[in-house]
Design a protein around this ligand. Structure first.
Ligand SMILES: Cc1ncc(COP(=O)(O)O)c(C=O)c1O
Length: 356
């Protein structure tokens, strides 16, 4: 059969890349090929398809025999569904002040999930048992939302990574207080690449109860999954997905993307590459006099502080965002398709603008 004709025309430059977000990247060709493979014919809708069934095995190969995946459309949806599954109506979630669920989800955990967030300021995006204790109290106090869950991100929004020991200590502490642990793993692959250990080492083996497993930033078109690791910790996952508008009817196309990333090593290749580009960027930036790198570069993000005028001139040449405009902090993200040349060209431009 000849390929279908289309009237669509390319409306962008496929070689233009910036450092604004790993979501600016397109889809990894192997994921696109998997999507085409899953096309054609009829498959049962809402998750009873062959791809979703196979995904369960793939997920168990990473996270052990009790793991179960619930594919969803996006990361915010994964977080909102996951957190509802581990909280009562009177429950609250302890998280870092900088957490995506607190800062960048439009209030969805509160408005859609009905969940109170109890936030803690952190120096580097990471919670510790001591920091958790700033909010872990008052379980018997009817005037206070009850802390029932600790939610952390791995990697964090500030590009830092918890070690397996740090994760274990957090989980032990949370569990000792009767709280469950959720991981926002929008960039779990990047954390695994940095730590150079299997994902289960710092999730199941550390005591994590459930996680939002990212795929979009790792090379998917769209789609993530809530992965339940401890079945006793959750309730009503099936119903929560539909209620939260996260139940894909043509689920095979979400599942096949996760499968394409996770069945072999595409997830790791993509994450390693993005991390390596961030290291290259950080190294280049460190050599530019007057630019300060703000946090340890442990995943695919580089945070820096530079003069406003320089940022504004540089933003005319490359896309990236202020993280804290008042302080002059910016964030540069690398993706699976960032090239060495992209990084070197950007560093050269930064040098040029700093020297002007
Ligand atoms: C740490 C983290 N969690 C969750 C999300 C949410 O992803 P989405 O934009 O797909 O809702 C993001 C996206 O930027 C993120 O960085």
């Amino acid at each position: 059969m000849n390929p279908p004709r289309t009237d669509a025309r390319r409306r962008h430059d496929p070689d233009a890349r910036g450092f604004a977000s790993d979501n600016y990247a397109g889809v990894h060709p192997e994921v696109l090929a998997a999507l085409a493979l899953a096309n054609g014919g009829h498959q049962v809708a809402y998750g009873e398809d062959a791809y979703t069934e196979n995904l369960q095995q793939v997920i168990r190969s990473h996270f052990g025999p009790t793991a179960e995946a619930f594919p969803v459309f996006n990361g915010t949806g994964a977080n909102v569904v996951a957190l509802q599954a581990v909280t009562d109506r009177w429950g609250a979630v302890i998280c870092a002040e900088s957490a995506h669920i607190n800062v960048d989800e439009g209030g969805a955990p509160e408005r859609v999930g009905g969940i109170k967030l109890l936030t803690v300021a952190t120096p580097d995006g990471k919670l510790t048992p001591e920091l958790i204790d700033r909010q872990a109290y008052g379980w018997e106090d009817e005037h206070r939302a009850m802390p029932q869950v600790v939610s952390i991100a791995q990697a964090t929004e500030l590009g830092t990574v918890y070690t397996p020991d740090e994760m274990r200590a957090l989980c032990e502490h949370a569990h000792a207080h009767g709280m469950k642990v959720h991981v926002d793993g929008s960039r779990l692959a990047n954390a695994a690449a940095t730590l150079d250990v299997p994902m289960r080492t710092f999730t199941n083996a550390a005591g994590v109860d459930l996680l939002s497993l990212g795929a979009t930033k790792n090379g998917a078109l769209f789609g993530e999954a809530v992965v339940v690791l401890n079945q006793d910790a959750v309730s009503h996952m099936r119903h929560l997905r539909k209620l939260s508008m996260q139940l894909a009817s043509k689920m095979r196309f979400v599942s096949v993307q996760l499968e394409a990333l996770l069945a072999r090593d595409l997830w790791l290749r993509n994450a390693r590459h993005a991390n390596e580009m961030a290291q290259r960027l950080a190294e280049g930036v460190r050599a530019v006099h007057g630019v300060e790198i703000l946090h340890p570069v442990q995943a695919n993000a580089v945070f820096a502080r530079l003069p406003h005028a320089v940022t504004e001139r540089l933003q005319k040449r490359f896309r990236f965002y202020f993280w804290d405009e008042t302080a002059g902090d910016v964030r540069w993200m690398c993706a699976f398709d960032t090239t060495e040349d992209d990084v070197d060209t950007f560093v050269a431009a930064l040098k040029e603008e700093m020297a002007r």
